[in-house]
Design a binder for this molecule. Structure first.
Ligand code: NAD
Length: 323
């Protein structure tokens, strides 16, 4: 058993979190993660309306009696999102853990706090983490440059970003980005983190709701097979390298605007990749961790493997190296 400030504060068995993932973080996966003793997080905006999110929370509660959270990501979107309504749906559903991401959570924080909701803020820089701490976040999840989705614009990988953060923050820190196995978990703890957040690794499990062809594609891909989209717009997203992302990157690098790539990059189109299993059908999110993924285990097997493996790494490999 690994006991950290995170497991204590959030009442979970293992210091492992499955963070928000658009089109992936549904009740099936989230409940499996929570049932395995880690923390599952539903992706709020995967549900088309706040009412649908309330229903998904109920579905998740029917599938697990362990703690789970909801992610609320605030980033540029094609259609305006009624964030306040999503926030109220989360609060009214009685969820007690929220993962905010993308923008400063200050506006939402008093609402969550006054209802006893613990907030994990996911961000990509120490500056933003300190800000989140100052406005009342209970924990932060720090995304290194390796991560899937939006790594920010500073390009600092986890080996430096995590200890840079843990040196300055007082609240628990989750290391995110590039973590897919027991060694990654131990490394994160060694760097001062209180746990890890994983996305790509959980995408590639039996319970993940994406098409099996995409899971196979992730297994066959390497750390070289991602691309950075939206760099010129300062909304960088790490996505799968394919013809669609290549075309969009080319248009933007040659001076195109978001309007010029909107239809290529839309989340609605990307969603069909996960539904129909064609990795070339649109833009979809995946991290460098795919280079470390060689199989599609059940969530329970994955969590066990990581926790047992972490103890083996610490007690075996590391201790044996002390002269
Ligand atoms: P969407 O279809 O609205 O947009 C698709 C992509 O285009 C997203 O990456 C979005 O940030 C970007 N985008 C939209 N309008 C933009 C603009 N005016 N300028 C620059 N970039 C713009 O998004 P979706 O797939 O329905 O996802 C909903 C939300 O979840 C988005 O905010 C998206 O960024 C976010 N998301 C986050 C992650 C993550 O890693 N945290 C992963 C996937 C999606």
């Amino acid at each position: 058993m690994l006991k950290t400030r995170f497991t204590e504060m959030f009442g979970v068995e293992h210091p492992i979190v499955q963070g928000g993932m658009q089109w992936v973080g549904t009740a099936a996966l989230v409940s499996a993660v929570s049932n395995a003793g880690a923390l599952g997080i539903l992706t709020g905006l995967t549900q088309p309306t706040p009412e649908e999110l309330s229903r998904e929370i109920t579905r998740c509660r029917d599938l697990t009696d362990r703690p789970f959270g909801v992610n609320l990501t605030i980033l540029p979107t094609i259609k305006p999102v009624p964030y306040d309504e999503y926030r109220e749906a989360i609060i009214e559903s009685g969820v007690t853990i929220v993962e905010t991401a993308g923008a400063n959570p200050a506006d939402h924080m008093p609402h969550f706090k006054s209802h006893g909701v613990k907030v994990i803020h996911k961000c990509t820089s120490v500056r933003h983490a300190l800000k989140a701490q100052s406005v009342g976040a209970d924990a932060v999840s720090i995304d290194g440059f390796e991560c899937a989705g939006h790594p920010g614009e500073d390009d600092i990988p986890g080996l430096v970003l995590i200890p840079a953060a843990t040196r300055q923050l007082n609240i628990p820190v989750l290391a995110s980005g590039g973590i897919a196995d027991a060694a990654g978990l131990v490394a994160a703890l060694a760097l001062g983190a209180d746990g890890v957040n994983m996305g790509t690794r959980f995408m590639c499990t039996q319970e993940s709701p994406i098409h099996s062809e995409i899971k196979k594609h992730i297994v066959a891909s390497t750390e070289h097979d991602t691309a950075l989209l939206f760099r010129p717009l300062r909304n960088t997203a790490r996505v799968a390298a394919n013809e669609v992302s290549r075309e969009a990157i080319e248009i933007l690098t040659s001076g195109g605007t978001f309007e010029d790539v909107r239809d290529l990059v839309s989340g609605a189109r990307g969603r069909t990749v996960f539904e129909n299993g064609d990795p070339e059908a649109g833009v979809w999110t995946v991290g460098l961790a795919q280079g470390l993924i060689n199989d599609v285990p059940t969530v329970d097997e994955l969590v066990r493997r990581m926790v047992d493996g972490a103890e083996e790494v610490i007690r075996g490999r590391l201790e044996a190296q002390i002269a």
